[in-house]
Write a protein that binds this ligand. Sequence first.
Ligand SMILES: Nc1nc2c(ncn2[C@@H]2O[C@H](COP(=O)(O)OP(=O)(O)OP(=O)(O)O)[C@@H](O)[C@H]2O)c(=O)[nH]1
Length: 337
Amino acid sequence: MPNQSADTLLQSFRNKVTRNIVWAGAITQLLLAGVQVWLVHYIQAAVLLAAAIVLAVIAYWYRSKRIPDVWRVIFMMLLTSICFASIRTNGAIGVYWAYPLLVASFFMFRDGFAIALASVVTIVMSAAALLYMPVSDGWRITASLLVILVLGSVFVVMLGRMQKLLHQLVVTDTLTGLQNRHRLNNVLSQLIHNFRRYHRPASLIMLDLDHFKLLNDKHGHLFGDQMLKQLAARLKATLRINDQLFRVGGEEFLVVMPETELEEAVKVAEKLRLAIANTPFDGKDAQAHLTISIGVAQLRAEQTWAEWINTADTALLEAKRKGRNQVCKAESYTPTA
Ligand SMILES: Nc1nc2c(ncn2[C@@H]2O[C@H](COP(=O)(O)OP(=O)(O)OP(=O)(O)O)[C@@H](O)[C@H]2O)c(=O)[nH]1
């Protein structure tokens, strides 16, 4: 199971981009300090050297930590101010830095916030160009900055939509439309956190179709698929809104139940069992009587999510062993190791 969601990956990408920009800033300051030494401007050289050291320390400090948003905004505003000052002093030479700065804000921040910050950078840079450069140049620079702002904003919006879509595809089972096991890790970890911190109970229901192979062999795989879809819909319709249903294997499903003690979870499991066993399923060309076997486990102290799933799985095997179409509960905690 992947531990990192698409969101975390993008966040760590932004972090890396920011850190590399800080490194680039440190190296640039160092080079400029060298130029000042060559020009025999020792005070300016010392100031630039100090700035290079500060930036290098920040980049090193955050080599493994996430740079807080507020620091990234401050850093961006600092660069914008330096760029503004550079345009004021050096004219066109300072403008060259406005473009990478604008592009960087799209990489360093997300969605609307990136667009808002890029807009601020555009306004400040345009103001500098209009104030301190010939008017015709100032307008041209403003127009080109606006083009980059629009293109960058479109890029950020499309990236955000693509990210959502990809995330949806990764966590969704295409046949049933249920969540798959990729999101399970996060959901269970959260419940374990709530249990350890606030003593909130939680239970798992692990269920598996009985003799599904026989059904596939008799009616074909497509019929089996129809059954899985209908089964998922019926399970979902029977569950409460707070319970989350996952398809974790071919014909294996898992219900995650926050705020639920074992006995209450067993009642829900029994309700699910009856909902499946009592009403036949209608396929395209035939009807099928399905049954499910169920294992139920409440989260116990010090269990990891893998151990918790394992106890539910053991109870499910017990239900299969006892003859199927029944609910078994995990009475005691059995560690995996
Ligand atoms: N149609 C269909 N069948 C699937 C899918 N995923 C797994 N299966 C089938 O599910 C069957 C599972 O077989 P077994 O593990 O032997 O389990 P079973 O026949 O249900 O027997 P018990 O679990 O012991 O009651 C296999 O035939 C798989 O091919 C799927 O997405 N669609």
